[in-house]
Ligand binder design. Structure first.
Ligand code: SF4
Length: 321
């Protein structure tokens, strides 16, 4: 069996929170709670869930932009926690991120050429002339206009700013891109262009994506498999088609129920989710979804369900799925 590109094993990220009038009581905000999955080379795993469910923190923790508080991340079999110095830098080069707000992620004082070139300069890749040629090639790859390199990021539209961010992310020839809501700040017509660009790049360069989004329809368009997160936990994971057509977890069904359907006669009735998500500081007992679940029973408040098989390569964490 081929080794996965990325293995995430029981990954956990919790943040200390001071409570009480004098901040004397310390509790924990559990943003990522024992999450495990793999991504193969050239594959897209979509990660979907409501705002605040921990999916962006999970992406940052995989890249070690947050230090994990538990679990392991392996890239091509190398445990990022046990390698050090030069080897860690080499491994981190192979994982890059595309951010939700492209303008906030780009230094407004630098030209587009300097922005794309910066990672090459930092890692001293190639001669100065070779770096300049690489930057021109990357600009063509992401279809920036020919005169873009001498301009500043603030002069571009949101879609073009995201192309600049993608070119910069590609500069170090990564194997994996963590795409954190890469189109949610863009107009719908521009969203399609960026999604198609990402798919083209994947085909040409063999990239793997962790595609993070609150939009399950966009995620299904991009992904071979989809993981569904709720309150820091992975509650369902499986082939994109199975997740969309035969979802097993009530929360996944609720996310799908919220997707607008142009023809209402074609949509089967689904029960909607109740209320807002609970605080990740005061998590409910048992199944974290039970206060909002339309089919919860007494057992749900007592025992946390584990992920269990629902079909080929398809798991869900629900006592009654
Ligand atoms: Fe709902 Fe119970 Fe399943 Fe949780 S375990 S999703 S509360 S039915």
């Amino acid at each position: 069996m081929t080794e996965p590109l990325l293995q995430v094993i029981d990954l956990e990220k919790r943040f200390p929170v001071r409570q009480g009038f004098f901040g004397q009581h310390r509790s924990w905000l559990i943003a990522v709670d024992r999450v495990s999955f793999t991504i193969a080379r050239g594959e897209t795993l979509g990660l979907v869930g409501e705002s605040g469910c921990g999916k962006s923190t999970l992406g940052l923790t995989i890249l070690r932009l947050h230090a994990p508080t538990g679990g392991r991340v392996l890239l091509a079999g190398h445990d990022l926690a046990t390698v050090g110095g030069g080897e860690l830098r080499q491994l981190r080069r192979r994982m890059q991120m595309i951010f939700q707000d492209p303008l906030a992620a780009l230094d407004p004082r630098l030209t587009v050429e300097q922005i794309i070139r910066e990672p090459l300069d930092i890692h001293r890749i190639g001669s100065p002339a070779e770096r300049s040629e690489t930057v021109r090639s990357l600009a063509r790859t992401v279809r920036l206009p020919p005169d873009a390199l001498q301009r500043f990021p603030g002069e571009f539209s949101g879609g073009q700013q995201q192309r600049i961010g993608i070119a910069r992310a590609l500069a170090l020839q990564p194997d994996l891109l963590v795409c954190d809501e890469p189109v949610s700040s863009l107009d719908v017509s521009v969203q399609a262009q960026i999604l198609n660009l990402l798919r083209d790049l994947q085909e040409r360069l063999g990239l793997a994506y962790l595609f993070i989004s609150h939009d399950i329809a966009v995620t299904a368009f991009m992904s071979r498999r989809i993981g569904v997160m709720y309150l820091g936990r992975l509650v369902e994971i499986g082939p994109a088609r199975a997740i969309v057509t035969t979802p097993c977890h009530p929360y996944t069904r609720a996310l799908l129920a919220a997707v607008p359907e142009p023809d209402p006669t074609r949509r089967p009735p689904r029960r909607a989710v109740i209320g807002d998500p609970p605080s990740p500081i005061n998590r409910p007992s048992g199944c974290p979804f039970h206060p909002r679940c339309p089919i919860a029973r007494p057992l749900c408040a007592e025992q946390e369900p584990a992920l269990r098989p629902m079909g080929p390569d398809h798991l869900a964490a629900c006592h009654f799925a």
